[in-house]
Design a protein. Structure first.
Length: 479
């Protein structure tokens, strides 16, 4: 046995998006000489970010972390598969590669991500001697992310726009990434899903909104197969990122969700520019959705651009039902609660006026929320909003309401109630609240067992076919 610390020369982080966020699920080791046969890891100690990780498997691989073919007997790369779990009481154990920027409050890549490996054993391909590898390295800049790499189109849109609060013209810029279904022919005209992130994913690094929530799930076969045009399956997916918050109305901070977003016009121009530049996008089938801040922005866009989107799917939406006081400059007034927290000062008016409600009632919308959401409280947002919409005569507006948030990656975990987009990306939004009962002032009946409610949405062309999921319904919506 030969101790050779330099047999492992570098480490790449293999990052997957999970329902609770991104995590390092594998380590790809670049070696100083070819190795063959079995990689012995039972005595190895592997740590990421000072958290000891259980190694599930070790194998010869290529530089991207994929198993070698049967005919390949040696390699300069070895991949370690790591046990990856979410622990609500000890988040560090999930080896999350993001951290919160203390200044902006946005998620960002960790400033350092140290990987240490000891006592990992290899067999040299040439001499068949056993080698023992060790390394300690900051690997944060060596990343492999196949989930986000599926969004191969990366760009930005810039322009000059009027700040809705100050009235001054300012330069704005939105970054975006897009996924296109593979092997498109000129006749494959497919719908476009536009996704708007939450408050923690603002900034200029598009990887953050791609991995911060599991939006990459929209590219997976179980969802892509529900969108069709004739025999062709699939949908384009466009993820747009704001440099601050969608709920920024011009004050450089997230507002209470009671007015027009600073980024309203530039977002519409970004979407139009993307559609105009991609002939395979069906401009009559653009589906707009987002979570939390992005859910607010979804409703904001419906109100500012009525009858522009074929369908909308706001999740944990933060568009306020009630209004808030403003000062003479147009800025929101604040007050301090009994705990010393700064709060926006509520007014006696409604933010969602009768006119706005009537506009929303004419759209195709599917709301998703969890009853135990303490971040965007349902009785201040979606509950009164949905009830007034159905009372206004809406015929194609639905609401999936869950009791709590449970997932599929961690079956025993009860997540924060704000994360109801987990149900969306796990393809579990299926049942809805009964609109007629809500119209008659019946109580809401949140349900996990019934995937959002006991009522099933049917095709309004025949009133018979039940839509199995929100995506099945979405596929049938067009302008």
């Amino acid at each position: 046995m030969v101790a050779n610390e330099r047999i492992i020369q570098d480490v790449s982080l293999y990052i997957n998006g999970f329902e609770w966020g991104p995590a390092v699920s594998r380590l790809v080791l670049a070696l100083g000489q070819p190795v063959s046969g079995e990689v012995k890891f039972t005595s190895a100690v592997v740590k990421t970010n000072d958290v000891e990780r259980e190694v599930l498997a070790a194998y010869l691989s290529n530089s991207e972390g994929h198993h070698l073919g049967e005919s390949e007997v040696s390699s300069l790369f070895v991949t370690l598969e790591l046990d990856t779990h979410y622990h609500a009481k000890s988040p560090g154990n999930k080896a999350h590669p993001f951290e919160l920027d203390p200044v902006t409050g946005f998620s960002r890549w960790a400033q350092t991500y140290v990987v240490s490996i000891t006592d990992l054993k290899f067999t040299a391909a040439e001499y068949q001697e056993e080698l023992v590898g060790e390394i300690r390295v900051d690997a944060i800049d060596q990343r492999i992310s196949p989930d986000s790499d599926a969004f191969s189109i990366r760009s930005a849109y810039s322009g000059d726009y009027v700040n809705p609060t100050t009235g001054k013209v300012e330069a704005q810029r939105l970054t975006y990434a897009a996924y296109e279904p593979e092997d498109l022919s000129p006749v494959d005209i497919l719908p476009l899903i536009v996704w708007l992130h939450g408050s923690a994913e603002g900034g200029t690094d598009i990887e953050v909104p791609l991995l911060g929530n599991e939006v990459t799930a929209l590219t997976r076969p179980e969802i892509q197969s529900q969108f069709t045009n004739g025999l062709r399956q699939g949908a384009h997916v466009l993820v747009v990122q704001t440099p601050t918050f969608w709920m920024d109305e011009g004050e450089d901070r997230t507002g209470p969700g009671a007015g027009k977003s600073r980024y309203t016009e530039i977002l519409m121009d970004t979407i139009r520019q993307y559609v105009d530049g991609h002939d395979n996008v069906d401009s009559h089938r653009i589906y707009l959705g987002g979570c939390s801040n992005g859910g607010y922005m979804t409703l904001n866009m419906l109100l500012e651009y009525p009858q522009t989107f074929a369908a909308a799917f706001p999740v944990a939406e933060a568009y306020s039902f009630y209004g808030f006081e403003r000062d003479r400059r147009g800025y929101y007034e604040t007050t301090t609660d009994r705990f010393g927290n700064l709060r926006y000062k509520p007014s006696q008016t409604l933010c969602l006026t009768d006119d706005k409600i009537q506009r929303l009632a004419s759209e195709a919308i599917w709301f998703v929320h969890a009853a135990n959401d303490h971040t965007v409280v349902p009785f201040l947002t979606v509950e009164p909003t949905y009830r007034r919409i159905v009372k206004a005569g809406a015929s194609n507006v639905w609401f999936s309401y869950f009791e709590t948030v449970r997932g599929l990656d961690e079956l025993d975990e009860k997540y924060d109630g704000h994360l109801s987009w987990i149900y969306l990306f796990n393809n579990q939004v299926r049942g809805v609240q009964h609109p007629q009962r809500i119209r008659q002032d019946s109580r809401y009946e949140p349900s996990n067992a019934l995937f959002g409610g006991s009522y099933k949405v049917t095709d309004d062309t025949d009133g018979v076919e039940e839509f199995e999921t929100i995506f099945h319904w979405m596929n049938e919506q067009r302008l």
